[in-house]
Design a protein around this ligand. Structure first.
Ligand code: DOR
Ligand code: ZN
Length: 429
């Protein structure tokens, strides 16, 4: 039996106060007001002193790339899980752009099998592909993927360019109760672009990607969502226009949800500096006006979820010319520290932030979650003000590609618990 003692327990919308949580046999056995001192010492194998800390439902990152099968030199499921646990995440959703693509049951089962075998304990909920080979031509077998454990469908990394295929995907997914996660990118507008279109790109002599390359697809997908009534989730929202479109759609009752990533509310295209490939990401870092619009979208509920789009790459793919470099940021170990700045900046309350990093993804994915007596104990303990310095060299992730290296952050996960097991312990370590 484990007891988490004296922490500020935040279960968004349910409770916020000082409680002791009793965990046994992988489940939450009791949540009692600390002041009562009612937890008997008998049978307790570990008291975890959480005073001054926040005790939250286990964080979920619903958008990560773990690269296995096929690109194990960038990340394996084992290294990805270790990095996730350290980042405070009890569950993650790896995207299907592996080799082979996760477009059939065997790949889904393989991913889940590797997650189990690696022994870290992070819950791994794979996202299946929308189309066979993510080639955008024919739909994958959604029923087979769901039976093998897929929790959503996405061609992430690539847009579903064919509108008719996207319509059918939404209709088909609806029948299985699976959300479709859309990577919104109109490739003809991206053209040769490698960073945000604007003054910085012009000065660097790099081809730009306009905001419209994202927002026209958000528009199309919202229209298809309205047509089909299927659950649509917009991945990695980066522009003010996308926020506005989703906001208006939600007002009309369209069943659309959206996520953004920490780099979009922390950085702008200025971070590209002098061709810094660690700031090359797709969609690209945008303008200050976009950054502010993303913050507004988070604050007013337009953006439901924060997911980091953890995209580890090797030095071979990043230490090259900007045009040739791979897109992506290794983000899972910095996500929470960056997100906590939203609370200090008064963009979100602590409960609001925790909702976007745990309960909201669980709701979208149809997973029971939260700090309830009798439920599996998935818990993240957060030291909200603990200062630390990002050092990519020390990442558990194989991907050291981050524009946040050397940043001083305030707040981090000090313990991650999944199914009642401590899977990351930064308290005694
Ligand atoms: O920057 C990105 N990296 N954006 C994507 O859509 C894909 C991802 C990756 O797989 O590396
Ligand atoms: Zn992605």
């Amino acid at each position: 039996m484990l007891v988490i003692k004296g922490g500020r327990v935040i279960d968004p919308g349910v409770r916020d106060g000082i409680y002791d949580i009793v965990i046994a046999d992988g489940k939450i056995r009791g949540i009692v007001e600390s002041a009562t001192g009612a937890v008997p010492a008998e049978g307790v194998s570990r008291w975890i002193d959480a005073s001054g800390k926040i005790v939250a439902p286990g964080l979920i990152d619903m958008h990560v790339h773990f690269r296995e099968p096929g690109y194990e030199y960038k990340e394996t499921i084992a290294t990805g899980c270790a990095a996730a646990a350290r980042g405070g995440f009890a569950a993650v959703c790896p995207m299907p752009n592996t080799d082979p693509v996760n477009d059939h049951a065997q790949v889904c089962e393989f991913v889940r099998g590797r997650a189990k075998a690696c022994g870290v304990g992070v819950k791994v909920w794979p996202v299946g592909a929308v189309s066979v080979g993510q080639a955008g031509k024919e739909l994958a077998e959604f029923g087979e993927l769901k039976a093998a454990g897929a929790v959503a469908l996405s061609d992430d990394g690539h847009p579903v360019s064919d509108g008719q295929l996207m319509r059918r995907a939404l209709e088909y997914a609806r029948g299985f109760g699976l959300p479709v996660i859309s990577h919104c990118e109109e490739l003809s507008l991206v053209g040769p672009g490698v960073m945000n279109e604007g003054a910085f790109a012009a000065r660097l002599g790099l081809a730009g990607i306009p905001n419209a390359a994202e927002s026209v697809m958000v528009c199309r997908d919202v229209a298809l969502c309205e047509l089909t009534g299927a659950a649509l989730h917009i991945a990695h929202v980066s522009t003010a226009e996308s926020v506005r479109i989703v906001r208006e759609a939600k007002k009309r009752g369209v069943p659309v949800t959206a996520e953004t990533a920490p780099h979009f509310f922390m950085l702008t295209d200025e971070a590209v500096g002098l061709y810094d490939t660690s700031a090359k990401v797709n969609p690209p870092l945008r303008s200050m006006a976009d950054r502010e619009a993303i913050r507004e979208g988070l604050a007013d509920g337009t953006i439901d979820v924060i997911a980091c789009d953890h995209a580890p790459h090797s030095v071979l793919e990043k230490e090259v010319e900007f045009d040739a470099a791979a897109n992506g940021i290794s983000g899972i170990e910095t996500s929470l520290g960056l997100c906590l700045s939203l609370v200090n900046d008064n963009v979100l309350s602590m409960a609001g932030l925790i909702d976007k990093m745990s309960m909201a993804p669980a709701r979208i994915l149809g997973k029971p979650w939260g700090l309830k007596e009798g439920s599996p104990a998935h818990i993240t303990i957060i030291a909200p003000d603990s200062p630390w310095v990002v050092n990519a060299k020390t990442f558990f992730s194989l991907g050291k590609n981050t524009p946040f290296d050397g940043w001083e952050l305030s707040g981090r996960a000090v313990m991650t618990i999944a199914d009642g097991r401590v899977i990351f312990d930064g308290l005694t370590a």
